[in-house]
Design a protein around this ligand. Structure first.
Ligand SMILES: [Zn+2]
Length: 164
């Protein structure tokens, strides 16, 4: 029988859309702080899996729960990064917290039955599709990587122009 919850963890796929966000908002999306938010939110199904608690997704996969977990993770990262001289501004803290939490809940809603059920999405809608969501994330990651490479090349080109 097919596992309707999909394989866990889903965490790495969340980076696809994050690369697009980073390419569009390079100054206010921190990919490292984003990584911390995803790990913090998905510590919930990981813990529940080992503890044998069903459903795997609970309060941290609600919007307020995800925002809270995200904020704690981003602040912890900001505190840690500051010690090595990298200061994360308030706008970056706010944007990464909100993007980390909302993108996580939306993608998990599209991919996990228990999260979709929590948001009452099952009715007449097609059931969540783990593979389709994973594919969407991979394509988004390719687009995001391409956009970031374009930004990087543009920056190099501008610096060269400036020197001449
Ligand atoms: Zn999750």
């Amino acid at each position: 029988m097919r596992n309707t919850l999909g394989p866990v963890p889903f965490t790495p796929y969340h980076f696809g859309p994050a690369l697009v966000a980073k390419a569009i908002f390079p100054r206010t999306i921190s990919l490292r702080a984003f990584a911390a938010t995803q790990v913090a939110i998905d510590s919930e199904p990981l813990y529940r899996m080992f503890a044998g608690i069903e459903p795997l997704h609970g309060p941290l996969h609600s919007v307020p729960g995800a925002l809270l977990a995200s904020l704690v993770a981003v602040l912890a990262y900001a505190w840690w990064a500051r010690r090595s001289g990298h200061v994360l501004g308030w706008k970056a803290i706010a944007d990464t917290t909100v993007f980390g939490a909302l993108s996580h809940v939306i993608l998990d809603m599209w991919s996990h039955v228990d999260v979709a059920r929590a948001y009452d999405l099952l009715g007449d809608n097609p059931p969540p599709d783990y593979e389709a969501t994973a594919r969407f994330c991979i394509y988004a990651g390719l687009v995001g990587a391409f956009m970031l490479a374009g930004r990087w090349a543009d920056g190099v080109w501008r610096r060269r122009e400036g020197q001449n």
